[in-house]
Design a protein around this ligand. Sequence first.
Ligand code: HEC
Ligand code: HEC
Ligand code: HEC
Length: 110
Amino acid sequence: MKKQIVCLMAAGIMAGVSAVAMASGAPETINLMEKYGIKGKKPAVIFPHKLHQEKNKCTDCHTSDKGGALKVKIEKTTGMSNDFHKKFCWPCHVEKKVPKGKACGTCHKK
Ligand code: HEC
Ligand code: HEC
Ligand code: HEC
């Protein structure tokens, strides 16, 4: 009986450790222009992923709390009405009232 409890505890700790390892295994920043192979005129957006992990829930953006696929399908990547602006980055910045959340220089840094 006692042995079983110890085993369960050990399994719990292991699960906790691997969850942490997953989270820290995620990239700290992501060059989205490069990742999506966009050939544009604006400076590439270097997405501060770690900051977003700290300030949001994983499932605000991903379909699972381990990361992976995004909830929003990014199809249009050119022009001003691209899916990052219209469906992903801007709506949340507006909703969460991020200061200068729609200012070009916030994301397209020279
Ligand atoms: C504000 C949105 C946002 C939040 C919140 C977020 N991520 Fe991400 N994450 C992204 C984007 C964007 C990418 C780039 C991959 C892409 O575009 O498909 C990414 C990539 C990743 C990757 C790499 C996958 C790959 O395709 O290279 C992992 C792993 C990951 N995220 C895990 C997490 C975990 C775990 C959390 C929560 C602790 C989290 N993310 C929170 C937006 C977010
Ligand atoms: C689910 C909500 C959410 C999404 C989606 C989201 N953001 Fe944010 N973003 C935030 C929040 C909240 C902050 C404010 C963080 C803080 O308190 O500093 C922020 C801040 C930022 C900042 C400012 C960081 C700084 O230096 O202060 C940048 C740059 C940024 N986001 C880029 C992006 C880009 C690019 C995308 C789309 C690829 C995106 N965000 C999508 C919630 C989001
Ligand atoms: C919250 C983040 C965010 C803000 C604010 C933002 N953008 Fe973007 N934009 C992106 C992301 C992400 C992409 C796709 C990745 C990339 O091109 O680096 C993109 C792509 C673009 C593109 C298509 C690719 C290219 O370089 O031609 C244009 C044009 C553009 N943005 C213009 C603007 C202008 C103008 C503003 C200010 C009115 C602005 N963006 C504000 C995140 C943002």
